[in-house]
Ligand binder design. Structure first.
Ligand code: B4P
Length: 187
């Protein structure tokens, strides 16, 4: 199985590149951001809890996120591989994911980290705010999201680097150029 973590700060292109990877490599997409937004839209118990946390740009608790991934993996059935988009976002989430995958006799193949400077992240997300109106795409929340990334999420790349599974990509340029670099790694 080819199991990929697509990694990077908010606005680095994870969601964008995931769509292209799925189409070319036939992988199954698990985006924790998309799952949470769906829960918020449907006003479920989890959605009501996550709504304020997300609009402040903070991370939802590890306990909830790990439970969510556990359920998703149980539903999967027979797949070629999984692309984890936006998960893991903390070291405890990474450790839990590795343990869960062991239960399915599989593991993470590679973590692809999209590196994009902060000013570019801000430009992209403010632009998306105009197009999609996402409640967490405003200047103050974006600053918090980037800070959360530095404080809690960046360590996930170090964790997989120690296991020899980190690949870094310069995430500035056209969407196609970046996808070409990702494809080369996956092929
Ligand atoms: P996510 O949905 O994962 O949101 P994100 O980090 O902002 O990335 P996204 O995938 O949407 O954006 P992309 O870079 O593709 O998370 C949202 C929130 O959910 C988190 O803040 C947190 O509260 C919560 N959450 C999710 N997972 C969690 C977890 N595991 N633990 C705890 N909490 C969790 O694209 C951004 C924009 O850039 C797009 O408009 C795109 O068109 C543009 N773009 C992409 N590539 C480009 C390029 N090459 N050039 C120019 N623009 C580009």
């Amino acid at each position: 199985m080819l199991n990929i973590i697509l990694f990077g700060p908010p606005g680095s292109g994870k969601g964008t590149q995931s769509d292209l990877i799925i189409e070319k490599f036939g992988l199954t997409h698990i985006s924790t951001g998309n799952i949470l937004r769906e829960e918020v839209k449907n006003e479920t118990e989890l959605g009501l809890l996550a709504k304020d946390i997300m609009s402040r740009g903070e991370l939802v608790s590890d306990e909830i996120m790990i439970g969510m991934i556990k359920n998703k993996l149980q539903e999967l059935g027979d797949v070629k591989g999984v692309i984890f988009d936006g998960f893991p976002r903390t070291k405890p989430q990474a450790e839990a994911l590795d343990n869960l995958l062991k239960e399915y006799n599989t593991e993470i193949s590679v973590l692809i980290s999209l590196e994009v400077p902060e000013d570019e992240l801000m430009i992209r997300l403010l632009n998306r705010a105009k197009l999609e109106g996402r409640s967490d795409d405003n200047e103050d929340t974006i600053k918090n999201r980037i800070q959360e990334y530095k404080n809690k999420t960046a360590a996930v790349a170090d964790y997989y680097e120690e296991k020899g599974k980190l690949k870094t990509i310069h995430g500035v340029g056209s969407i196609d150029e970046i996808f070409t670099q990702i494809s080369e790694i996956l092929s």
